[in-house]
Design a protein around this ligand. Structure first.
Ligand SMILES: Nc1ncnc2c1ncn2[C@@H]1O[C@H](COP(=O)(O)OP(=O)(O)OP(=O)(O)O)[C@@H](O)[C@H]1O
Ligand SMILES: [Mg+2]
Length: 504
């Protein structure tokens, strides 16, 4: 990148941040130039979020200095950060669920009437204008909790941009976005870049880094490994810098089944008016089946219906040939079905409980009584999962809320792996998971399948779908419109079916 005549907007010198028992950042130096899109990458727990939270005033550093356009500053809180021109979209969205989209966008800056009340019509008008500039089509009057995560993400981005920042920070903004929305976001980023805005972009999807960034900084264990221009690096080199070793096989050997004899799990005629149309699925022992499709075609609803979260009009579920009745998640867990939700924050974790408790929860439920589980056994089982998935923590007694985003997700995965279910449904299993662990998870899933667990994955990650599936089912408008066997899986085939093209 040509930095010759560009001004440095941000200079960070020797930032250190300590949490009890962890040095989250160690003497980090970091410069950002005008019109620069800088990717920030690293393993789960490397310190990325901690770093940007210091820039947004959410955390105070223990050591180090920050300069904005050459002037030394202290960033006392997120509000002041905004005043200084730094705007952030957090990894865990902090929108207010029971407030409107418009109110969330302009929170703290609401237009008021002469009596001091919020001027609702003006509020909606302004929010609409802001969204129009960014070509985002969301009803400003709808409540946040009514929106899918992807739209919430877009609202958070509109909010961050509404203050015309000089520096924009995006902490994994694409994790829950569809391909189309990602393209859109990148366009917005390019426009901001033209206007001189400096952007820090955190992502675990390295393809994106190469698509949009000018340069990349790698963090590892709280330290900067290197900052490189995107032109002088490639994906393999980047992975090596992040993880410290090279990878040969990202995906394990597939094991497509030849005889469709023993269905571990079957669904017959699952129907919910306007949402799911007569869904039939057989999951055979040993195979991994993925459900693909554009966002919002009923995938979310399907897996929630199976797990007893979403009531349906009709349909039957069979586990190992036996018909089972599921009216709530407890029934599902008892029957031996696990479900990793893509909504990890509300459906996956108990934030105020320890890692140990979170991981052993469904296992304990299944065995019934606390008394039957030996404490020592439980602890050993949890520790082995923590090791296998490389969950970065000071202790298994650490509360889940203090883990980095990716490590929280690993806890949920560990929980289901440990509970040894007959069928696990993974809704977007590797969102926010770093590349090294992703590979570990892929191999674990394959092993589970080989050992007989039925594995159903819902994914929007094309590379993952192609790499992992023995069979792909594609959904369109609440219906399964295509079934693609392993040897025929390709991006074109999946995309065609996802667009509604029916295959016989
Ligand atoms: N509030 C906190 N209290 C205690 N420890 C914390 C806190 N926030 C972060 N940590 C620890 O600091 C380290 C860095 O976490 P951070 O969230 O910055 O990682 P990250 O690079 O953003 O990871 P991810 O890719 O998973 O989001 C981790 O070991 C994490 O457990
Ligand atoms: Mg993070």
């Amino acid at each position: 990148m040509d930095r010759m005549n560009k001004e440095v907007i941000l200079e960070v010198k020797g930032i250190t941040k300590l949490f009890p028992g962890v040095r989250a950042l160690n003497k980090v130096n970091f410069n950002l130039y005008e019109s620069e899109i800088r990717a920030l990458v690293g393993e789960n727990g490397a310190g990325k979020t901690t770093f940007v939270k210091i820039l947004s005033g959410a955390y105070q550093p223990d050591e180090g200095e920050i300069y904005l356009r050459g002037k030394k500053v202290v960033i006392p809180d997120p509000y002041q950060a905004q005043q200084m021109g730094i705007s952030i979209v957090y990894q865990e969205l902090n929108l207010i669920p029971y407030m409107s989209v418009a109110r969330n966008i302009l929170l703290g800056r609401e237009p008021r009437t002469s009596f001091g009340f919020v001027n609702t019509s003006e509020l909606i008008k302004r929010a609409k204008e802001l969204m129009e500039i960014l070509e985002i089509d969301i009803d400003p009057e709808s409540f946040i909790y009514e929106l899918p995560v992807a739209q919430q993400q877009m609202v958070a981005i509109v909010r961050a941009l509404s203050v015309n920042p000089d520096i924009l920070i995006l902490d994994e903004p694409t994790a829950s976005l569809s391909e189309h929305e990602v393209e859109h976001l990148f366009k917005v980023m390019m426009n901001l870049k033209k206007r001189g805005v400096g952007i820090i972009f955190i992502s675990h999807r390295l393809e994106e880094v190469f698509q949009v960034a000018d340069s990349v900084t790698v963090l590892k264990d709280g330290e900067v490994v290197a900052t490189k221009s995107i032109k002088e690096i490639n994906q393999d080199k980047l992975i090596k810098m992040m993880v410290g070793r090279e990878f040969v096989n990202i995906f394990p050997q597939k094991t497509p089944i030849t005889t469709k004899k023993e269905a571990v799990f079957s669904i017959r005629g699952l129907t919910k008016k306007g949402v799911l149309k007569n869904i039939n699925i057989d999951l055979f022992r040993g195979e991994i089946v993925t459900i693909a499709g554009l966002q919002g075609q009923g995938q979310r609803e399907l897996v929630r219906a199976i797990f007893g979260i979403l009531p349906v009009d009709k349909g039957e579920i069979y586990l190992e040939g036996k018909k089972i009745k599921i009216t709530n998640p407890r029934d599902a867990i008892k029957a031996g079905i696990g479900f990793l939700s893509d909504d990890r924050k509300t459906e996956g974790l108990i934030l105020c409980r320890s890692i140990r408790e979170n991981i052993s929860l469904p296992t304990l439920k299944r065995r019934g009584v606390w008394g039957f589980v030996k404490r020592k056994e439980e602890k050993e089982a949890v520790i082995s999962q923590v090791k296998a998935l490389d969950i970065r923590t000071t202790s298994i007694e650490q509360e889940a809320q203090f883990l980095s985003g990716g490590n929280q997700q690993k806890v949920i995965i560990a929980k289901w792996l440990l509970s040894n279910p007959k069928v696990i449904i993974f809704d977007e299993p590797t969102i926010g998971i770093d590349v090294g662990t992703k590979i570990e998870i892929y191999h674990r899933l394959r092993k589970l399948a080989q050992e007989g667990t039925g594995i159903l994955i819902v994914s929007s990650d094309m590379i993952e779908i192609i790499g992992m599936s023995d069979r792909v089912l594609v959904m369109f408008e609440g219906e399964i419109v295509a079934e693609i066997p392993a040897e025929k899986i390709s991006e074109e085939k999946i995309m065609a079916a996802a667009a509604g093209e029916k295959t016989p």
